[in-house]
Design a protein around this ligand. Structure first.
Ligand SMILES: Nc1ncnc2c1ncn2[C@@H]1O[C@H](COP(=O)(O)OP(=O)(O)OP(=O)(O)O)[C@@H](O)[C@H]1O
Ligand SMILES: O=C(O)[C@H](O)COP(=O)(O)O
Length: 404
């Protein structure tokens, strides 16, 4: 991969850059953790100082190919402007008239942000020709392309993958740094090596377990995906999050782990309630602790329980290398943050290397009062870092290596 310095003199050049600004927002659209925006500052500052005209592509959430103000990058433009100390010109569309005018009006050192690239149906399309057509419209906004959104390099999408084939390209300093730190984890992790998984992207995360079982000694499972494992074991899970299509997969994982002498650690108790309103940060009914064998049919599992906190913390502290992605429960709601808090604390006590990955996981450790330096590394990548650790080829990285 080339670096930004390898791109030569960038004075007056239009630099098209992919960032990962998929930050958590509250119901009033306040950014609750700006870690991913801060992580982009070194490259953006480097480009501004070089006199480049910067055109940023980014996504927020999963608007599924339609413009939707709920997913506008407006809060990101405002925060980025504050952090950079300059106006960030937000286009009203992705590649339309507003975007074209915004890019054309840039002076040296100025910054434009295109609206959420996932407003464009072709951005995430499986149809290569559709993606290539959109990528050509992005490429028309730049003389060179810089890839700095580490959190999305696992996605074969127009603004991450296809556009890199059309322009001279380089990896930004965030991508370079993440790759070098995570590489150390894949090459020679000190053992025992534990991977802790949670969060809400259940289907995505279940699919990485197969390969993680080959590299890690222990897998600790909390968050939304734990209920698919419990259901696979024939337990009742009430109204909890579940991926019905993956029950057999989970049964296979449990069998594979046993055959390989690996450990998949599941909770023994969970916190349940009647339901929740995520936007309002409100849980319905009392929060009760129940055994995983006795989850009532009308309840929703929203965190691991206190006995599991101890079990998980002990497993984490016994490891020499720990990678954690995905909160243990709906930590954004105070009553449901205990499990995540216990895991975060255990990671700070690891006698070895502890790495936290993912936008929401990083947000969790910070909102729970931890500072970044209590961990070995906080990666901006959730799914991206997991796939990297699996040993998978990441399209957003390999495209840079192959098209230089
Ligand atoms: N039992 C549960 N039921 C529903 N949601 C849950 C549960 N446990 C955790 N979550 C939610 O999971 C979300 C984070 O999941 P995600 O998989 O996106 O994590 P991440 O990988 O850190 O973030 P990102 O993918 O953005 O990098 C949090 O908002 C949290 O509220
Ligand atoms: O939050 C993330 O992990 C990245 O921004 C990628 O988002 P995605 O899982 O919606 O592709």
């Amino acid at each position: 991969m080339k670096s930004v310095a390898d791109l030569g003199d960038l004075t007056g050049k239009r630099v098209l850059i992919r960032c990962d600004f998929n930050v958590p927002l509250d119901a009033e659209k306040n950014i609750t953790d700006d870690g991913r925006i801060r992580a982009a500052l070194p490259t953006l500052t480097q480009l501004r100082e070089a006199g480049a005209r910067i055109v940023i592509m980014a996504h927020l959430g999963r608007p599924k190919g339609e413009a939707n103000p709920k997913y506008s990058l407006a809060p990101v433009a405002a925060r980025l402007g504050e952090l950079l100390g300059t106006d960030v010109h937000l286009a009203a569309d992705v590649v339309g008239e507003s975007a074209q005018a915004t890019v054309a009006a840039l002076s040296d050192g100025e910054v434009a942000l295109l609206e959420n690239v996932r407003y464009e149906p072709a951005e995430e399309s499986k149809d290569e020709a559709a993606r290539a057509e959109l990528a050509a419209k992005y490429a028309a906004f730049g003389d060179v392309f810089v890839s700095d959104g580490f959190g999305v390099v696992h996605r074969k999408q127009a603004s991450v993958y296809d556009v890199a084939k059309l322009l001279p390209n380089a990896a930004g300093s965030l991508v370079a740094k993440e790759v070098s730190i995570l590489k150390a984890l894949t090459e020679n992790p000190e053992r025992p090596y534990a991977v802790v998984l949670g969060g809400a992207k259940v289907a995505d995360k279940l699919s990485v377990i197969d390969n993680l079982l080959k590299v890690a000694d222990t897998l600790v499972i909390g968050g939304g995906m734990l209920f698919t494992f419990l259901a696979a074991q024939g337990k009742g899970i009430g109204k909890s999050l579940v991926d019905e299509g993956n029950l057999e997969t989970c049964r296979n994982y449990l069998a594979e782990a046993e055959a390989a002498g690996k450990r998949i650690l599941l909770p023994v108790d969970v916190r349940v309630a009647d339901g929740m309103d995520f936007g309002a940060r409100e849980v319905f009914g009392p929060v009760d602790v129940v055994s995983v064998d006795a989850i009532p049919a009308d309840k929703m599992g929203l965190d691991i329980g206190p006995e599991s906190e101890v079990l998980f913390a002990d497993a984490i502290k016994a490891a020499k290398t720990v990678f954690w992605n995905g909160p243990m429960g709906v930590f954004e709601i105070k009553e449901l943050a205990e499990g995540t808090a216990a895991v975060a604390k255990a990671l700070t006590e690891v006698d070895g290397l502890s790495v936290v990955g993912g936008g929401d996981s990083a947000a969790a450790v910070r909102t729970l009062g931890h500072s970044d330096d209590e961990f070995g590394h906080i990666s901006t990548g959730g799914g991206a870092s997991l796939e990297f650790l699996e040993g998978k080829e990441l399209p957003g990285i390999s495209v840079l290596e192959e098209n230089n």
